[in-house]
Design a protein around this ligand. Structure first.
Ligand SMILES: [Zn+2]
Length: 224
């Protein structure tokens, strides 16, 4: 046996592989659960970059803030601006979405149909109470259904096919309307008293004397 002190460089780890000093990044990674190590590495890389280029980082931060504010504004505009639901009739017992879209674009010169939703009456290959959603609604554009700009920008426009100055809507059509209104009122947090007939915001007969708006509002209120 050799009892002489061993040379310093042989004292530790003489039995196995020499201990490797891990680079700083890897040593820090030991604290992270394996699943998060890749993520931690990326955060480290970004952090090092931010420290190395402070001006670029400030510009990037501002740009990010602008993008986030624009996205939030876009979301607010599309999903949170709705304050009213406006009800109309077409004043004619014939038509569907395509028919009125064509009429409004070709005869009135508008960019699209004036309404967001149309509740059909069974004419032109529709079924009674069938609801069609216009492109105007899909892109959440303002409706063109009244002369009141506020109602047009902040209102959801629903039209029923029919002339309710002459007759009542069919029960199935009225039921479909109430279901649609209940869904919209729930989704966009619109109280039933803000469901208004066209004639309640403007001097017009629309949506006709046989469409009882109080009855419609009461029915929606009961469903909420
Ligand atoms: Zn109207």
């Amino acid at each position: 046996m050799d009892y002489a002190p061993r040379p310093k460089h042989l004292r530790k780890n003489s039995g196995g592989a020499p201990a490797r000093k891990a680079p700083r990044g890897q040593a820090q990674n030991r604290e992270w659960p394996p699943a998060l190590r890749g993520f931690a590495d990326r955060v480290g890389t970004v952090w090092n970059f931010l420290r190395a280029y402070p001006r670029l980082s400030t510009a990037g931060g501002l740009l990010l803030a602008i993008v986030l504010i624009a996205a939030a504004g876009d979301y607010w505009w599309k999903e949170m601006r709705w304050r009213y639901i406006l009800i109309h009739h077409t004043a004619s017992d014939i038509g569907n979405l395509d028919y009125y879209k064509k009429f409004h674009v070709e005869q009135r010169g508008w960019s699209d149909i004036a309404y967001h939703f149309i509740v059909n009456n069974g004419s032109m290959n529709t079924t009674i109470g069938q609801i069609e959603e216009s492109d105007l609604w899909k892109s959440r554009k303002a409706n063109l259904s009244t002369r009141n700009w506020y109602a047009n920008y902040f209102g959801i426009a629903v039209v029923l096919v029919g002339n309710f100055e002459r007759h009542k809507p069919a029960p199935l059509q009225q039921e479909a309307l109430i279901t649609l209104l209940t869904n919209l009122a729930t989704r966009y947090d619109i109280p039933p008293e803000r469901i208004v007939g066209h004639r309640e915001v403007q001097n017009t007969a629309c949506p006709g004397k046989h469409l009882n708006m109080n009855e419609i509002r009461a029915a929606v209120k009961k469903n909420l």
